[in-house]
Structure formats: structure tokens, C-alpha cells
Design a protein around this ligand. Sequence first.
Ligand SMILES: [Cu+2]
Length: 323
Amino acid sequence: MVARSSEVRPTAVQRSASPGAGARRGRRAGRLAGLGFGGASLLVLLTGCDVGAAFGGFGWPQGGITPEARRMYDLWIASCIAALVVGLLVWGLIFWCIVRYRKRGNELPVQTRYNLPMEFLYTIAPVLVVAVLFYYTAVIQTDVVKTTRNPDVTVEVVAFKWNWQFNYRDGQGEDANTTASVLGTSEVIPILVLPTDRSIRFEETSRDVVHSFWVPEMLFKRDVMPGNIRNVFEVSRLEGEGAYVGRCAELCGSYHAFMNFELRVVTPEKFDRFLAAKQDGASTQDALTAIGEEPYAVTTRPFETRRTEHNFNQGSAAAGAGS
Ligand SMILES: [Cu+2]
């Protein structure tokens, strides 16, 4: 059934009458108040508190210990806020259209097409959004992966199935010499001792397959390649003293999950004493004790590899649990 125009028109006429105008003014005032309230709460949110912390980092790990980690974290938080603002705008427009242009009768609504400004807007707006995101990502990525000519400390990370060796170097590249070394075994977790407030260069190499050097608090991981590929990255400084677990983040074989190490960040003064003790021939554990640090890893422990047994799960109390 098609509604006759006489059935529609009275409503339209009534709308333009003075009581309707009053209602419209009321609605506009309400909308303005809503906008004002939304803007004010956004301002409070942005200035009054750490937005990232308030929303659990929007899923991004918090507590980075390098300036690079903080920059990446800030990029993530800013991208999430930008995405939410765009999302709220789009959702708002969708719901506004649903309500404002809902079906009121059986008459075909006004058909709009070839609206040039509108088409221009929805082509340009996404390009602008992508361009802004791309710009900040490129700037921060370049900053995070940049290397310098004279870092304060250079450490060579040697990965092998299934442990780590950390060589303190007197220069850069393959030709430099190792001045002290820490080697992990099945019984002892290797501890990579590094100082706060000094720039550190990591040079990675693998003895066998591809591994990945990862300290979660750095919010950064990089593959460790075999052969003559030497992956290098730097952190401008480590900010927090403490012990942080490190892991292999590339599936590299049966005992990949056991390939842990510990990053121990100490003061520069303690670091110098640790290095001197190592160079004098002390073991890593003795050198750590000498500078007043725990001699063994505190964030992780060696795993029972059961390499002497034929069946990996043999005698395991956990085997079958949960069935
Ligand atoms: Cu590995």
C-alpha cells in the first residue's frame, strides 16, 4: 500500500510550526550539551591521568625499561586513542542516521547521488588517517632501529640449541675481541649483566638455527640468524635496575621453551667491577657475588630436560592431568 501525500504532509506542516521549532531548539541545546560534556571528559582523560595506564595499555605490555620501549608504547596508545575517536565519530553517525532517517511511511525517500563534496571527503579522510599513522610509525621505527658509531657497551649475543652465550666486546663487528664471556648450561641460567644509563649495542649471531633474542621489558625482539648475517640493534639506555627474564622467541627445536636467560641491570659502577672481575678470571657467579648481586638467576630457573630418558613425559606427574 502506498501512502497518499495527504497522509504525510500534515506531519511536515506540523513540524515547521512554532511548537516544533521550540522542540528543535531544545534538541540542539541537548546536542551541544552532550558535545561539551564529551569534549570536557576527553580533555580530563587526556590531561588528568595516564590514558594508557587507565585502559591497561590497550593490550600493550607496560613497564618498558628503555626510551625506545616508551616511544613504541606512546605510539600504540596514541594510535588507539585516534582509532577510538574515529570509531566514536563513525558509530555516532551510523546511529544518528538509523534514528534520523528511519522508515516513517511507505514513500520512497529522497535519493541522493553524485554528492561530490561527500565523495571527496570519504576518499580524502581515510588517506589522511593512514598518512598520519604511517608518518609517526616511520619516525619512531627509524628511531628504534637506529645504531650509533660509539655505543658505550657492545655485547655479542650467541644463540645455540638450546642456550646462550654473551660476549663483552672491545669493539664492533666480527673482528672485535671478546674481553669477558658468560655461558649458559643446562644447570645454570646465563646472566647478561648490563649497566643503567649507558648505550648498549647488541650484535647477534647463531651457531645453528634461527633463534630470537627477547627481553619482554624492552618491548623489542630480534631474530638471531646463523651464517654471516649479524643482526644488530641498540638501546640508548636501560632505565631500571633489576632482573628481567629473557627468552628465545623463535621456535628452534625440542627445547626451545627452555632457552631462557636473565638480564641483570646494575649501576655502571657495579658493571665495571663485574667486568673487571670476569677479566681477572672469576666465574660469573663469583663476579656477581663480588658486586653484591644474587649469583644465580632470580627470574627463571633451569628446566629439567630429562635428556637421559628416552620418553620425555616418562614418570611425569603432570602427564595425563586434566583428562
Ligand atoms: Cu631458540
